[in-house]
Design a protein around this ligand. Structure first.
Ligand code: N01
Length: 538
């Protein structure tokens, strides 16, 4: 028998998986349609990415006044960001504020992981099951389970044998972790490792960083925000938000017009210096049109970053080991750092280059490389995620023909517009594969997708329809289009999580839409305007 609150009901109109930024906004929108919505969240609290990734130094790499919801002008005016780039605790406070302000918590069930979902074609409903034994029947199912939320198994021999403390940046405990007097290892030098290293270095007795592939890390130039500048932006927030929505990546900037190769060296260096000084993650990418499409143009930026690394690091051998040379600039996501390279000048911070001396095994006492055993008290895994598809495939989802999503996506994700996969009616994804998601300011992307999904559901309800499904033809065409656009760039040349290369056995497919959020929005809007072309409604 049904109950009155959606959180405890066994029959609802919509189930949303995940109570991060996407899931909470989806809840807000669907509730505004008058639907009964149940949100399931695996964490002990809301916040998603910003709940789980509470490692020291965790901070957003998009400016705080851009990386926030835009749907409420009142919220925009009342919330005060304290820093140019918000720290994890501040973003989590913001998410809590939003949940309270809009009364969202009541429909969220915490500590509950969705484990399976099966579609019943006779009743046009999903039967959703959780690890707490709940089963809920729903017409609509929205996966807002995150694009970087399934931590990757580091897959290092002996990793469970270590007797000291083991931490993962993406599963950081909520209680204080003390590094005082400890010998600490960080494995992994992607954005998480790059942010954590300088902060752990301040606290630990000794820090050893185990690096397999060096990253391109750019200075954040983070600083407190001045009241006058937030007031100035707030005065024109509506226009700013609109410009974000219409922009290519969800941040506002003047697009470049010229080729890096058409500029002479002095001109290029001046442009790169200005970009380096801007503290923007995409500053260098915005200098010229061909940084991501032309190897030679890209090489000029890559060498510029390496020259910066050499200028910061005292020891030439360490500087060289930290210099990325195996993939073009930005084909793996660059990192925004505060004091990362300078940390290696500290006497108690050491770099182990795993290309030269790979890890043989983790032992009860520490980490054994081909060269030596490093005795340790704490190991921090900053080894990344099974990105974009991981959180969806962690759920056993079975569609209308009895085929599972895992079977269907065995050779890579297939969907239309990154939103729906054929054979899985009424199942929508926010920030999923083959959408702009990770290549954009996700705060803007998620609003666009949530709003499209909400409008679609309203359209169905308004016309007394019960089902929407992507057509196999549209899905085929979308997959080919996404791949074709990616192939025009340098992205597929790198072994990256964008390509699924970081997870053994994962199909190597470029997982994001490179055409830009502006173009993507136009395609999605056109599909809706044309009566949801590429979809079958019944
Ligand atoms: O993960 P990563 P991340 N032995 O996959 C290494 C977002 N993010 O958590 O490159 C040894 O980038 C691996 O080496 P390699 C952002 O989108 C944003 O750091 O595979 N090393 C690599 O160095 C980012 O891109 C922020 O050779 C192993 C590292 O671990 C994404 O999340 C902050 C290994 C993993 O890097 C992922 O970042 C943090 C092994 N067995 C994250 N396995 C912001 O600033 C893996 N590695 C907002």
């Amino acid at each position: 028998m049904g109950t009155t609150t959606a959180a405890g009901a066994d029959r609802v109109d919509a189930v949303v998986v995940g109570a991060g930024l996407s899931g909470l906004y989806q809840l807000y929108r669907l509730r505004a349609l008058g639907l009964r919505v149940a949100v399931f969240e695996a964490g002990e609290d809301i916040g998603g990415t910003w709940y789980w990734n509470r490692y020291p130094g965790a901070r957003c790499d998009v400016e705080s006044m851009s990386y926030s919801y835009s749907f409420s002008p009142e919220l925009d005016q009342e919330w005060e960001w304290s820093e140019r780039y918000a720290s994890q605790p501040e973003i989590l406070r913001y998410i809590h504020h939003v949940a309270d302000r809009f009364g969202l918590r009541g429909d969220v069930t915490l500590r509950t992981r969705v484990t399976s979902a099966a579609y019943d074609g006779t009743t046009h409903t999903w039967r959703v099951s959780t690890d707490t034994g709940r089963t809920v029947t729903t017409r609509f199912l929205v996966l807002a389970s995150g694009c970087m939320s399934a931590p990757k198994d580091p897959g290092i021999p002996g990793q469970n044998s270590f007797t000291g403390e083991v931490l993962h940046t993406a599963r950081w405990p909520s209680e204080e972790v003390s590094f005082t007097g400890k010998r600490v290892a960080v494995i992994g030098t992607g954005c998480s490792g790059v942010q954590a290293v300088p902060v752990i270095a301040e606290r630990a007795a000794a820090l050893t960083v185990f690096q397999r592939t060096p990253a391109y890390a750019l200075p954040a130039h983070n600083r407190p925000l001045l009241g006058a500048e937030t007031a100035e932006l707030k005065a024109r927030y509506p226009q700013f938000r609109q410009a974000q929505r219409l922009s290519r990546g969800g941040t506002v900037f003047e697009p470049p017009t010229g080729s890096a190769l058409a500029a002479d060296e002095a001109e290029r260096t001046a442009a790169y210096e200005a970009a380096w000084g801007s503290g923007l993650l995409s500053g260098l990418l915005r200098t010229y049109t061909d940084i991501l499409t032309d190897e030679k143009a890209n090489a000029t930026v890559a060498e510029f970053v390496r020259s910066k690394i050499r200028s910061i690091i005292d020891d030439a051998e360490t500087a060289e080991a930290l210099s990325p040379r195996t993939f073009p600039f930005a084909t793996k996501r660059p990192c925004l750092d505060t004091g990362y390279y300078a940390a290696y000048n500290l006497p108690h911070v050491m770099l182990v280059d795993l290309r030269a001396t790979p890890i043989e095994t983790i032992t009860p006492r520490g980490i054994l490389t081909t060269e030596e055993e490093h005795a340790l008290d704490t190991i921090v895994f900053a080894t990344g995620f099974d990105a974009l598809t991981g959180s969806q495939l962690a759920i056993d989802i079975v569609g209308s023909a009895g085929v599972s999503l895992r079977e269907k996506w065995a050779d890579g994700p297939r969907n239309h517009l990154g939103l729906m996969s054929a054979g899985f009616p009424n199942l929508f994804t926010v920030l999923g594969p083959l959408s702009p998601s990770v290549l954009s300011n996700i705060a803007v992307s998620l609003e666009q997708q949530v709003e499209w999904i909400t409008d679609c559901i309203a359209h169905l309800i308004g016309r007394g329809l019960t089902e929407i499904d992507a057509t196999p033809e549209a899905e085929e065409a979308w997959g080919a289009h996404v791949a074709e656009l990616a192939d025009r760039t340098l992205y597929p040349t790198a072994e990256s999580w964008y390509m699924g290369s970081n997870v053994p056995g994962k199909p190597k497919v470029f997982l994001a839409y490179t055409g830009g959020l502006d173009r993507y929005r136009a395609v999605c809007d056109a599909a809706a305007r044309n009566g949801y072309s590429g979809f079958v409604l019944s």
